[in-house]
Ligand binder design. Structure first.
Ligand SMILES: *Cc1c(COP(=O)(O)O)cnc(C)c1O
Length: 393
Protein backbone atom coordinates (compact mmCIF):
# COMPACT_ATOMS: atom_id res chain seq x y z
CA UNK A 1 0.00 0.00 0.00
CA UNK A 2 1.49 3.33 -1.06
CA UNK A 3 1.85 6.20 1.38
CA UNK A 4 0.71 9.57 0.08
CA UNK A 5 4.29 10.84 -0.14
CA UNK A 6 3.39 14.41 0.72
CA UNK A 7 5.49 17.23 2.11
CA UNK A 8 2.73 19.52 3.36
CA UNK A 9 0.57 19.82 0.28
CA UNK A 10 3.43 19.12 -2.16
CA UNK A 11 4.70 15.85 -3.62
CA UNK A 12 2.24 13.00 -3.89
CA UNK A 13 1.63 10.60 -6.76
CA UNK A 14 0.19 12.04 -9.96
CA UNK A 15 0.75 9.27 -12.46
CA UNK A 16 -1.27 7.04 -14.79
CA UNK A 17 -2.85 4.07 -12.98
CA UNK A 18 -0.50 1.75 -14.87
CA UNK A 19 2.57 2.96 -12.97
CA UNK A 20 1.10 2.47 -9.49
CA UNK A 21 2.09 -1.21 -9.08
CA UNK A 22 5.70 -0.35 -9.97
CA UNK A 23 5.77 2.45 -7.39
CA UNK A 24 4.26 0.13 -4.78
CA UNK A 25 6.90 -2.49 -5.40
CA UNK A 26 9.63 0.12 -5.21
CA UNK A 27 8.30 1.70 -2.01
CA UNK A 28 8.08 -1.69 -0.33
CA UNK A 29 11.65 -2.59 -1.30
CA UNK A 30 13.02 0.81 -0.28
CA UNK A 31 11.43 0.64 3.19
CA UNK A 32 12.58 -2.95 3.56
CA UNK A 33 16.22 -2.39 2.67
CA UNK A 34 16.92 1.16 3.86
CA UNK A 35 17.35 -0.10 7.43
CA UNK A 36 18.66 -3.53 6.49
CA UNK A 37 22.16 -4.04 7.97
CA UNK A 38 23.44 -6.16 5.09
CA UNK A 39 22.23 -3.68 2.46
CA UNK A 40 23.74 -0.75 4.33
CA UNK A 41 27.03 -2.54 4.90
CA UNK A 42 27.32 -3.19 1.18
CA UNK A 43 26.28 0.36 0.22
CA UNK A 44 28.79 1.80 2.66
CA UNK A 45 31.49 -0.37 1.12
CA UNK A 46 30.81 0.96 -2.40
CA UNK A 47 30.44 4.57 -1.25
CA UNK A 48 33.88 4.30 0.32
CA UNK A 49 35.82 2.06 -2.04
CA UNK A 50 34.21 2.93 -5.38
CA UNK A 51 33.05 6.52 -4.92
CA UNK A 52 35.57 7.84 -2.38
CA UNK A 53 33.53 8.75 0.71
CA UNK A 54 33.74 10.40 3.12
CA UNK A 55 34.45 13.63 1.26
CA UNK A 56 36.40 16.33 3.06
CA UNK A 57 34.92 19.39 4.67
CA UNK A 58 37.64 21.79 3.58
CA UNK A 59 38.31 25.12 5.25
CA UNK A 60 38.79 27.57 2.38
CA UNK A 61 41.26 29.91 4.03
CA UNK A 62 41.85 32.29 1.13
CA UNK A 63 38.20 32.66 0.30
CA UNK A 64 37.41 33.12 3.99
CA UNK A 65 39.83 36.05 4.14
CA UNK A 66 38.34 37.55 1.01
CA UNK A 67 34.73 37.10 2.18
CA UNK A 68 35.22 38.00 5.86
CA UNK A 69 33.46 34.79 6.84
CA UNK A 70 34.61 31.30 7.79
CA UNK A 71 33.96 29.36 4.59
CA UNK A 72 33.93 25.57 4.41
CA UNK A 73 33.54 23.51 1.24
CA UNK A 74 31.88 20.10 1.29
CA UNK A 75 33.97 18.43 -1.38
CA UNK A 76 31.47 16.33 -3.35
CA UNK A 77 33.53 17.33 -6.38
CA UNK A 78 36.14 14.80 -5.25
CA UNK A 79 33.87 11.80 -5.77
CA UNK A 80 34.24 9.32 -8.60
CA UNK A 81 32.54 10.71 -11.75
CA UNK A 82 33.01 14.19 -10.32
CA UNK A 83 29.78 14.98 -8.49
CA UNK A 84 27.31 13.98 -5.78
CA UNK A 85 25.12 12.06 -8.25
CA UNK A 86 27.02 8.83 -7.61
CA UNK A 87 25.65 8.68 -4.01
CA UNK A 88 22.17 8.19 -5.39
CA UNK A 89 23.03 5.94 -8.33
CA UNK A 90 24.97 3.58 -6.05
CA UNK A 91 22.04 3.49 -3.61
CA UNK A 92 19.37 2.85 -6.21
CA UNK A 93 21.60 0.55 -8.26
CA UNK A 94 22.18 -1.63 -5.23
CA UNK A 95 18.48 -1.53 -4.38
CA UNK A 96 17.69 -2.70 -7.93
CA UNK A 97 20.07 -5.61 -7.42
CA UNK A 98 18.43 -6.55 -4.12
CA UNK A 99 15.03 -6.36 -5.86
CA UNK A 100 16.24 -8.85 -8.47
CA UNK A 101 16.00 -6.35 -11.34
CA UNK A 102 18.26 -7.09 -14.29
CA UNK A 103 18.13 -3.77 -16.14
CA UNK A 104 18.43 -0.07 -15.30
CA UNK A 105 16.91 2.84 -17.14
CA UNK A 106 17.54 6.51 -16.47
CA UNK A 107 16.92 9.98 -17.87
CA UNK A 108 19.67 12.47 -18.39
CA UNK A 109 19.90 16.11 -19.40
CA UNK A 110 23.51 17.09 -19.94
CA UNK A 111 24.63 13.53 -19.27
CA UNK A 112 25.96 13.68 -15.71
CA UNK A 113 23.26 11.46 -14.24
CA UNK A 114 23.51 9.18 -17.26
CA UNK A 115 27.21 8.73 -16.61
CA UNK A 116 26.70 8.06 -12.91
CA UNK A 117 24.07 5.46 -13.85
CA UNK A 118 26.19 3.84 -16.57
CA UNK A 119 29.19 3.35 -14.28
CA UNK A 120 26.98 1.83 -11.59
CA UNK A 121 25.49 -0.41 -14.28
CA UNK A 122 29.02 -1.54 -15.16
CA UNK A 123 29.86 -2.08 -11.49
CA UNK A 124 26.75 -4.15 -10.73
CA UNK A 125 26.62 -5.79 -14.20
CA UNK A 126 23.22 -4.30 -14.97
CA UNK A 127 22.71 -3.03 -18.53
CA UNK A 128 21.73 0.64 -18.44
CA UNK A 129 19.55 2.34 -21.05
CA UNK A 130 19.71 6.12 -20.76
CA UNK A 131 17.02 8.34 -22.29
CA UNK A 132 18.37 11.65 -23.51
CA UNK A 133 16.71 14.35 -25.60
CA UNK A 134 18.16 14.38 -29.12
CA UNK A 135 19.01 18.08 -28.70
CA UNK A 136 21.09 17.17 -25.66
CA UNK A 137 22.69 14.22 -27.47
CA UNK A 138 23.92 16.70 -30.09
CA UNK A 139 25.14 19.22 -27.49
CA UNK A 140 26.84 16.71 -25.21
CA UNK A 141 28.62 14.28 -27.51
CA UNK A 142 31.49 13.75 -25.10
CA UNK A 143 29.13 12.66 -22.32
CA UNK A 144 27.33 10.30 -24.69
CA UNK A 145 30.71 8.75 -25.47
CA UNK A 146 31.52 8.46 -21.77
CA UNK A 147 28.23 6.67 -21.10
CA UNK A 148 28.83 4.29 -23.98
CA UNK A 149 32.35 3.50 -22.79
CA UNK A 150 30.86 2.30 -19.50
CA UNK A 151 28.42 0.08 -21.37
CA UNK A 152 25.43 2.43 -21.19
CA UNK A 153 23.11 2.64 -24.17
CA UNK A 154 21.94 6.15 -25.01
CA UNK A 155 18.44 6.37 -26.50
CA UNK A 156 17.83 9.74 -28.21
CA UNK A 157 14.34 11.16 -27.57
CA UNK A 158 12.74 13.01 -30.48
CA UNK A 159 9.49 14.09 -28.83
CA UNK A 160 8.53 17.55 -27.52
CA UNK A 161 11.43 19.93 -27.02
CA UNK A 162 13.84 16.95 -27.28
CA UNK A 163 15.38 17.75 -23.88
CA UNK A 164 15.33 16.49 -20.30
CA UNK A 165 11.60 16.70 -19.61
CA UNK A 166 10.85 14.62 -22.71
CA UNK A 167 13.53 12.10 -21.75
CA UNK A 168 11.78 11.65 -18.36
CA UNK A 169 8.44 11.02 -20.09
CA UNK A 170 9.99 8.37 -22.33
CA UNK A 171 11.71 6.69 -19.40
CA UNK A 172 8.36 6.38 -17.60
CA UNK A 173 6.85 4.85 -20.75
CA UNK A 174 9.63 2.27 -20.89
CA UNK A 175 9.23 1.49 -17.18
CA UNK A 176 5.50 0.79 -17.50
CA UNK A 177 6.17 -1.79 -20.20
CA UNK A 178 9.21 -3.42 -18.60
CA UNK A 179 8.67 -3.11 -14.86
CA UNK A 180 9.11 -6.88 -14.36
CA UNK A 181 12.87 -6.73 -14.88
CA UNK A 182 13.61 -2.97 -14.93
CA UNK A 183 14.38 -0.33 -12.31
CA UNK A 184 13.90 3.31 -13.27
CA UNK A 185 16.77 5.18 -11.61
CA UNK A 186 15.62 8.81 -11.25
CA UNK A 187 18.47 11.26 -10.74
CA UNK A 188 17.09 13.87 -8.36
CA UNK A 189 14.62 14.47 -5.52
CA UNK A 190 11.70 14.67 -7.93
CA UNK A 191 9.07 12.46 -9.51
CA UNK A 192 6.23 10.63 -7.75
CA UNK A 193 6.59 9.10 -4.28
CA UNK A 194 8.75 7.28 -3.24
CA UNK A 195 11.45 8.96 -5.38
CA UNK A 196 11.82 12.31 -3.57
CA UNK A 197 12.10 10.53 -0.22
CA UNK A 198 14.37 7.79 -1.54
CA UNK A 199 16.79 10.08 -3.37
CA UNK A 200 16.98 12.32 -0.30
CA UNK A 201 17.77 9.26 1.79
CA UNK A 202 20.68 8.25 -0.45
CA UNK A 203 22.01 11.82 -0.62
CA UNK A 204 21.65 12.57 3.09
CA UNK A 205 25.08 11.02 3.64
CA UNK A 206 26.39 14.47 2.58
CA UNK A 207 24.63 16.25 5.44
CA UNK A 208 25.40 13.56 8.01
CA UNK A 209 29.11 13.83 7.25
CA UNK A 210 29.09 17.62 7.05
CA UNK A 211 27.39 17.98 10.43
CA UNK A 212 29.87 15.65 12.11
CA UNK A 213 32.83 17.33 10.40
CA UNK A 214 31.86 20.90 11.25
CA UNK A 215 31.34 19.90 14.90
CA UNK A 216 34.84 18.42 14.89
CA UNK A 217 36.42 21.46 13.25
CA UNK A 218 34.46 24.36 14.73
CA UNK A 219 32.90 22.82 17.82
CA UNK A 220 29.59 24.33 16.77
CA UNK A 221 27.03 24.28 13.98
CA UNK A 222 27.43 26.57 10.96
CA UNK A 223 25.35 29.72 10.62
CA UNK A 224 24.39 28.90 7.05
CA UNK A 225 24.47 26.04 4.56
CA UNK A 226 24.38 27.05 0.89
CA UNK A 227 23.72 24.67 -2.01
CA UNK A 228 22.61 24.97 -5.63
CA UNK A 229 19.19 23.63 -6.61
CA UNK A 230 18.34 21.99 -9.92
CA UNK A 231 15.99 19.11 -9.12
CA UNK A 232 17.20 19.56 -5.57
CA UNK A 233 19.16 16.45 -4.61
CA UNK A 234 22.54 17.84 -3.52
CA UNK A 235 20.80 20.60 -1.57
CA UNK A 236 18.36 18.18 0.07
CA UNK A 237 21.25 15.86 0.89
CA UNK A 238 23.22 18.49 2.78
CA UNK A 239 20.13 20.21 4.25
CA UNK A 240 19.08 16.87 5.76
CA UNK A 241 21.97 17.04 8.20
CA UNK A 242 20.86 20.42 9.56
CA UNK A 243 17.09 20.59 8.99
CA UNK A 244 16.32 19.89 12.65
CA UNK A 245 18.69 22.66 13.78
CA UNK A 246 16.49 25.74 13.51
CA UNK A 247 19.42 28.08 14.08
CA UNK A 248 21.13 26.93 10.87
CA UNK A 249 20.05 28.98 7.87
CA UNK A 250 19.46 26.81 4.78
CA UNK A 251 19.84 28.56 1.45
CA UNK A 252 19.07 27.03 -1.97
CA UNK A 253 20.50 28.78 -5.01
CA UNK A 254 18.70 28.42 -8.33
CA UNK A 255 19.97 29.00 -11.84
CA UNK A 256 18.75 32.51 -12.60
CA UNK A 257 19.88 32.32 -16.23
CA UNK A 258 19.75 35.78 -17.81
CA UNK A 259 17.76 36.97 -14.77
CA UNK A 260 14.44 36.02 -13.18
CA UNK A 261 12.82 39.05 -14.82
CA UNK A 262 13.58 37.53 -18.25
CA UNK A 263 12.03 34.40 -19.82
CA UNK A 264 15.49 32.79 -19.97
CA UNK A 265 15.71 31.45 -16.42
CA UNK A 266 15.75 28.18 -14.50
CA UNK A 267 14.67 29.65 -11.15
CA UNK A 268 11.64 27.45 -10.52
CA UNK A 269 11.09 28.25 -6.83
CA UNK A 270 11.81 31.95 -7.22
CA UNK A 271 9.74 32.48 -10.34
CA UNK A 272 7.50 29.46 -10.91
CA UNK A 273 3.98 28.69 -9.77
CA UNK A 274 2.34 25.60 -8.30
CA UNK A 275 1.78 22.81 -10.75
CA UNK A 276 2.21 19.13 -11.48
CA UNK A 277 5.20 17.92 -13.45
CA UNK A 278 6.58 14.39 -13.70
CA UNK A 279 4.29 12.87 -11.12
CA UNK A 280 4.28 15.31 -8.22
CA UNK A 281 2.92 18.68 -7.15
CA UNK A 282 5.57 21.32 -6.74
CA UNK A 283 6.63 24.60 -8.32
CA UNK A 284 6.90 24.65 -12.10
CA UNK A 285 7.94 27.13 -14.77
CA UNK A 286 4.75 27.27 -16.84
CA UNK A 287 2.58 29.68 -18.79
CA UNK A 288 -0.98 30.67 -17.87
CA UNK A 289 -2.39 27.61 -19.63
CA UNK A 290 -0.14 25.26 -17.68
CA UNK A 291 2.19 24.61 -20.62
CA UNK A 292 5.69 23.92 -19.34
CA UNK A 293 8.20 26.64 -20.24
CA UNK A 294 11.72 25.91 -21.35
CA UNK A 295 14.17 26.46 -18.53
CA UNK A 296 17.48 28.15 -19.14
CA UNK A 297 20.75 28.23 -17.25
CA UNK A 298 24.38 28.30 -18.33
CA UNK A 299 24.76 25.19 -16.18
CA UNK A 300 22.99 22.19 -17.63
CA UNK A 301 22.27 20.67 -14.20
CA UNK A 302 20.14 23.65 -13.16
CA UNK A 303 18.28 23.79 -16.44
CA UNK A 304 15.04 22.06 -15.37
CA UNK A 305 11.54 23.64 -15.29
CA UNK A 306 10.53 21.70 -12.14
CA UNK A 307 11.97 21.22 -8.65
CA UNK A 308 11.70 18.59 -5.94
CA UNK A 309 8.48 18.88 -3.89
CA UNK A 310 10.17 18.92 -0.49
CA UNK A 311 11.93 22.13 -1.50
CA UNK A 312 8.52 23.65 -2.30
CA UNK A 313 7.45 22.70 1.21
CA UNK A 314 10.61 24.14 2.77
CA UNK A 315 10.05 27.35 0.83
CA UNK A 316 6.45 27.92 1.91
CA UNK A 317 7.16 26.96 5.52
CA UNK A 318 10.19 29.25 5.53
CA UNK A 319 12.59 26.54 6.73
CA UNK A 320 14.82 27.26 3.74
CA UNK A 321 15.32 30.37 1.64
CA UNK A 322 15.64 30.21 -2.11
CA UNK A 323 17.48 32.75 -4.19
CA UNK A 324 18.60 32.97 -7.81
CA UNK A 325 22.01 33.76 -9.22
CA UNK A 326 22.47 34.80 -12.86
CA UNK A 327 24.73 33.12 -15.40
CA UNK A 328 27.09 36.04 -15.16
CA UNK A 329 27.29 35.90 -11.38
CA UNK A 330 27.83 32.13 -11.51
CA UNK A 331 30.76 32.62 -13.87
CA UNK A 332 32.25 35.01 -11.33
CA UNK A 333 31.80 32.32 -8.66
CA UNK A 334 33.56 29.86 -10.95
CA UNK A 335 36.51 32.21 -11.41
CA UNK A 336 36.66 33.17 -7.74
CA UNK A 337 36.99 29.63 -6.43
CA UNK A 338 39.44 28.66 -9.16
CA UNK A 339 41.64 31.68 -8.50
CA UNK A 340 41.52 31.88 -4.72
CA UNK A 341 41.49 28.19 -3.82
CA UNK A 342 42.78 26.34 -6.88
CA UNK A 343 39.52 24.41 -6.99
CA UNK A 344 37.58 24.51 -10.24
CA UNK A 345 33.90 24.05 -9.43
CA UNK A 346 31.08 22.79 -11.63
CA UNK A 347 28.99 25.64 -13.04
CA UNK A 348 26.10 24.38 -10.91
CA UNK A 349 28.16 24.61 -7.72
CA UNK A 350 29.50 27.99 -8.88
CA UNK A 351 26.01 29.37 -8.23
CA UNK A 352 26.39 28.46 -4.54
CA UNK A 353 29.83 30.06 -4.44
CA UNK A 354 28.48 33.23 -6.07
CA UNK A 355 25.66 33.50 -3.56
CA UNK A 356 28.04 32.85 -0.67
CA UNK A 357 29.91 35.99 -1.71
CA UNK A 358 26.70 38.01 -1.65
CA UNK A 359 25.72 36.52 1.69
CA UNK A 360 29.10 37.33 3.20
CA UNK A 361 28.93 40.91 1.93
CA UNK A 362 25.83 41.66 4.00
CA UNK A 363 26.70 43.57 7.14
CA UNK A 364 24.73 41.27 9.46
CA UNK A 365 26.63 38.20 8.18
CA UNK A 366 30.18 39.37 8.85
CA UNK A 367 32.29 36.69 10.52
CA UNK A 368 29.69 33.95 10.18
CA UNK A 369 30.52 30.31 9.46
CA UNK A 370 29.14 28.97 6.20
CA UNK A 371 29.26 25.65 4.42
CA UNK A 372 29.06 25.63 0.63
CA UNK A 373 28.09 22.29 -0.88
CA UNK A 374 30.55 21.90 -3.74
CA UNK A 375 28.32 19.48 -5.64
CA UNK A 376 30.73 18.81 -8.50
CA UNK A 377 33.93 19.65 -10.31
CA UNK A 378 34.21 21.90 -13.32
CA UNK A 379 36.13 19.82 -15.84
CA UNK A 380 32.93 19.11 -17.74
CA UNK A 381 32.31 22.85 -18.12
CA UNK A 382 35.67 23.96 -19.48
CA UNK A 383 34.51 24.62 -23.05
CA UNK A 384 31.41 26.52 -21.98
CA UNK A 385 33.34 28.72 -19.58
CA UNK A 386 36.12 29.39 -22.06
CA UNK A 387 33.53 30.42 -24.62
CA UNK A 388 31.75 32.70 -22.14
CA UNK A 389 35.08 34.28 -21.21
CA UNK A 390 36.02 34.70 -24.85
CA UNK A 391 39.06 32.48 -24.48
CA UNK A 392 40.01 30.11 -27.26
CA UNK A 393 40.99 26.59 -26.15
C1 LIG B 1 23.14 17.47 -11.64
C2 LIG B 1 23.93 18.42 -10.85
C3 LIG B 1 23.31 19.38 -10.01
C4 LIG B 1 21.83 19.59 -9.94
O1 LIG B 1 21.08 18.52 -9.44
P1 LIG B 1 20.46 18.51 -7.99
O2 LIG B 1 19.58 17.32 -8.00
O3 LIG B 1 19.72 19.80 -7.81
O4 LIG B 1 21.57 18.39 -7.03
C5 LIG B 1 24.13 20.18 -9.24
N1 LIG B 1 25.47 20.09 -9.28
C6 LIG B 1 26.10 19.20 -10.08
C7 LIG B 1 27.58 19.15 -10.09
C8 LIG B 1 25.34 18.33 -10.89
O5 LIG B 1 25.97 17.45 -11.69
Amino acid sequence: MLEDGKFGKYGGIFVPELIIPALEELEEAFYKYKDDPEFNEELKFYLKEFAGRPTNLYFAENLSKKFGCRVYLKREDMLHTGAHKINNTLGQGLLAKYMGKTRLIAETGAGQHGIATAVVGALFKLPADVYMGSEDVERQKMNVFRMELSGGKVIPVETGSKTLKDAINEAFRDWITNVENTHYLIGSTMGPHPYPTMVKHFQSVIGEEARRQIMEKEGKLPDAVIACVGGGSNAMGIFAGFAADDEVELIGVEGGGDGTETPRTGATLCKGTEGILHGSLSFVLQDQDGQINEAHSVSAGLDYPGVGPEHAHMKVTGRANYVAVTNKEALRGFELLSKYEGIIPALESSHAVAYAEKYASMEENKGKTIIINLSGRGDKDMFIVAKEMGVEV
